[in-house]
Design a protein around this ligand. Structure first.
Ligand code: MN
Ligand code: MN
Length: 317
């Protein structure tokens, strides 16, 4: 059979399933970084994009990466913004991973051959990519700078979230300048407003837009995050969110499905568990009490740096 989509010598570049803005932007920018060095690469996405990403892609006037439908045997692949097989394409076993750029904890992936592997404990993969452009003295374009600015703001909640580092602040300042953006806070508000526009989303889509699976001990969890500047709008849909998450839990063969609603501006969050057993785990792990279907998580906002480590610590006991 002949596939017209991709040649084996072309590196397929992609971020995680249920992509956030950093996952899509990292794929596009990493592809540009490779292409600038004469390396054949093409960016892909693993799922539909969210409203924030759509706004940014249109603002930067770049093409949306195509949906990845398959990989050739031994297809060269560059993974960005993730490194756990559960968060990647189901076709990953066919791939030959040659690049890996990420800011999450080290996961379960391995490579068949020596690869370019780049991890930094910073707020976004786009911050690492900015460093990679600088190190190679490669010029980035205004379009790429706009994308990186949006992704850094998205992942760090405009430099206010707990994952923010000085590197992110410096990178954002540089790409904002290159992008020709005059008012960073206005730009951030436009991104957050786009992300908070959920009126067209079904409860299932609301819960699965930013959804990641994890193994804790031998339990299969999914943690969904709904980041918003309009928490009242999301909280008014708590019943629907809970019903949708129980259906997703059954559909995806999960032990537990957790939905976390994050107020970006006030930096606080609430969790919705899918059943009583899970609510008890959350009460214990986060030292909180169930109150009318909601578990108040206080000022925690980061899945990567707060929710996942807390659940790992709970299961390690
Ligand atoms: Mn991501
Ligand atoms: Mn990221």
């Amino acid at each position: 059979m002949i596939y017209w989509g991709i040649f084996m010598t072309t590196i397929a570049v992609f971020g995680h399933k249920k992509p956030d803005t950093d996952a899509i932007v990292s794929a596009i920018v990493m592809t540009y970084w490779l292409n600038q060095q004469g390396i054949d690469a093409k960016s892909y996405r693993l799922d539909d994009i969210n409203q924030e990403t759509k706004f940014l892609i249109e603002l930067a006037k770049v093409r949306l990466p195509e949906l990845l439908t398959h990989l050739e045997p031994d297809q060269l692949a560059a993974l960005v913004d993730h490194n756990e097989s559960q968060q990647s394409t189901a076709h990953l076993a066919d791939a030959n991973i040659c690049y890996l750029v990420d800011h999450h904890k080290l996961g379960d992936l391995t490579t068949a051959e020596p690869a370019y592997i780049r991890f930094e404990p910073v707020g976004s993969t786009s911050t690492i990519l900015y460093h990679m452009f600088m190190e190679k003295n490669l010029l980035t374009s205004q379009q790429m700078a706009t994308l990186m600015a949006g992704a850094i703001i998205s992942d760090t909640l405009n430099l206010t979230g707990p994952t923010t580092t000085d590197s992110d602040k410096q990178a954002l300042q540089a790409v904002i300048h290159l992008a020709g953006i005059h008012d960073t806070n206005r730009f951030a508000n436009q991104l957050f407003d786009a992300k908070s526009n959920i009126s067209d989303l079904t409860d299932d889509a609301l819960v699965t837009t930013d959804y990641k699976q994890f193994m804790f001990s031998n339990k299969k969890w999914a943690i969904a995050s709904i980041e918003t500047v309009k928490p009242d709008v999301v909280l008014s849909r708590t019943d629907g969110i809970q019903q949708a998450s129980e259906l997703i839990r059954q559909r995806d063969g999960l032990d537990y499905m957790l939905v976390i609603i994050v107020d970006i501006l006030k930096q606080q969050s609430w969790a919705v568990g899918s059943n009583d057993a899970q609510n008890e785990i959350i009460e214990q792990a986060f030292d909180t009490r169930l109150n009318d279907k909601l578990l108040d998580l206080g000022h925690l906002v980061s899945r990567k740096k707060q929710f996942v480590p807390t659940l790992e610590a709970f299961y390690a006991k």
